[in-house]
Design a protein around this ligand. Structure first.
Ligand SMILES: Cc1cc2nc3c(=O)[nH]c(=O)nc-3n(C[C@H](O)[C@H](O)[C@H](O)COP(=O)(O)OP(=O)(O)OC[C@H]3O[C@@H](n4cnc5c(N)ncnc54)[C@H](O)[C@@H]3O)c2cc1C
Length: 456
């Protein structure tokens, strides 16, 4: 690494955000990744011929730019798959989304959901906009759908009560059907396709990491340092400390979890550090499950809202792509509602639950099960979220630090969003003048934080 007079753009974190930034940068850059493999959450674990992503990682590409990039990365190696998703509730499977496919549930449940939906519609006014996610659910879906799916499912997923989060994250991810669609779905004439993920792309072989590897193959390896993490960042001087050496940078593009990034900053203002303390996230524990026989479930994934089951979603990788397991076997993921506690007990209860919902036939079918964790997994969109994030991003952008991607921008997103965030950050940093200005910047001035929060 040359130091005097040369300032590359440094890309911190080699998940999809960092890889995309590196692919799109026109200025010289260096990509630093703490692990010994690029990809972050978009990596795949293989054991005995079974492949597991970090739970379901299905690729939805809505922009032509990212579809072209995917084509360059993997070409025909990406297969389009039609979603088969269901909800397991009251002992029956109904198609996803719950709110538009009530048919098949017990009549009393269908009645409650329909009545609630109609009442919510009649009572809805713009004068009482929802202040939290629970209110948002009641406002748009009514009490029945709230009680039987939305509230219990989201409490398990987020690990916090729905009243403790806002609805800032959900407009793209939670489809709101029309009254006509809900009625049609209640009598079994429902719309088959609703939601953002009707079809998805997935690598023919090797799990989602094959896609990541295709992207990585487009990079020049000379600009990547694996097993490398900075010890400190001096934002005023624009210098990173790595293994005791000082590395000046033109700009930083980082997808490190925002609190970790703040922990590396030298002399950050108290207001910024205090804002960092207000950021919250929950982890997720999940199981990789390998079975010796085909899973009984015919779905790609199933949502499980009821609290009597210890998981909120179960997926079968090998139903989407048979190469994810040896012939006649299946590979599954099971996302657990519990965030802590004894691992063996959690595994045992989850496997029993899989039999109970009919995802697998018997415990004896399980070849192995491994408990894993993602931390952070879900950012908590609580009341202080927006102000805290804006305070932090304003300071960072003013110092040429572009914190983006799922945990860099501290958001809820999908893989394409991270790819787009990397592309956008590359364009933003390429445009910055060569001269290093930040030492003279007033931390409260500088570009609006909007650019950074849009970074994903
Ligand atoms: C449970 C779950 C399910 C998901 N399912 C889907 C799905 O089905 N479809 C979809 O499109 N998206 C899905 N996503 C979202 C998807 O995983 C993300 O959008 C995307 O992978 C995030 O990429 P990223 O680069 O922003 O972050 P990350 O993948 O987290 O990458 C950050 C990188 O920074 C590195 N790093 C961390 N600290 C340091 C350090 N100090 N120094 C150097 N490097 C460091 C990490 O090792 C990592 O490689 C899911 C996410 C979760 C949590």
């Amino acid at each position: 690494m040359q130091r005097d007079g040369f300032r590359p753009t440094i890309v911190l974190g080699g998940g999809l955000t960092g890889i995309s930034a590196a692919l799109h940068l026109r200025r010289p850059y260096l990509l630093l990744e703490r692990e010994h493999r690029l990809g972050g959450l978009a990596r795949t674990h293989e054991r005995a011929g079974f492949y597991f992503d970090h739970t379901g990682h299905w690729l939805h590409l809505r922009t032509s730019a990212m579809r072209e990039l995917a084509q360059r990365a993997l070409g025909d190696g990406l297969v389009e798959v039609e979603r088969r998703a269901a909800i397991y509730s009251h002992g029956v499977l109904t198609p996803y989304p719950f709110q538009a496919n009530l048919h098949g549930l017990p009549p009393q449940v269908v009645y409650e959901c329909l009545l609630g939906f109609v009442q919510a519609r009649l009572q809805r006014t713009s004068e009482n906009p929802p202040r939290n996610f629970e209110q948002y659910v009641l406002h748009h879906f009514g009490a029945g759908i709230a009680r039987h799916f939305m509230l219990p499912y989201n409490a398990k997923l987020w690990g916090v009560p729905p009243a403790a989060i806002t609805s800032a994250w959900c407009s793209r991810f939670v489809p709101i059907p029309t009254l006509e669609q809900v009625l049609a779905g209640a009598v079994g004439a429902g719309p088959a396709e609703l939601g953002y993920n009707v079809r998805f792309l997935y690598p023919r072989q090797g799990g989602i990491e094959s896609f990541t590897r295709g992207l990585v193959a487009l990079l020049d390896p000379a600009h990547t340092r694996l097993g490398t993490a900075p010890e400190a960042i001096d934002p005023r001087a624009g210098v990173l400390t790595v293994a005791g050496e000082r590395w000046p940078y033109h700009a930083l593009i980082t997808s490190l979890p925002l609190p970790s990034l703040l922990g590396l900053l030298v002399e950050a203002p108290t207001a910024v550090l205090e804002a960092g303390q207000r950021l919250r996230a929950t982890p997720v524990r999940y199981l990789d499950v390998a079975t010796r026989r085909p899973a009984r479930a015919d779905y790609h994934w199933v949502y499980v809202p009821e609290s009597r089951f210890p998981f909120y979603r179960v997926g079968v990788f090998s139903n989407a792509m048979p190469s994810m397991a040896p012939p006649g076997c299946s590979s599954l993921y099971v996302e657990l509602a519990g965030r802590e506690g004894d691992a063996e007990q959690a595994t045992r209860e989850a496997l029993q639950g899989l039999v109970a919902i009919g995802a697998i036939d018997a415990l004896e079918d399980v070849a192995f099960a491994e408990l894993r964790e993602i931390a952070p997994a879900y950012v908590v969109f609580d009341e202080g979220y927006e102000v805290a994030l804006a305070t932090i991003q304003r300071y960072l952008v003013a110092h040429r630090i572009f914190s983006c991607g799922r945990y860099g921008a501290w958001i809820y997103n999908a893989m394409e969003d991270s790819l787009l965030a990397g592309q956008q950050a590359a364009a933003q940093t390429d445009e910055l003048p060569d001269a290093w200005p930040c030492a003279s910047l007033d931390p409260s001035s500088g570009p609006s934080p909007a650019g950074a929060t849009n970074c994903g």
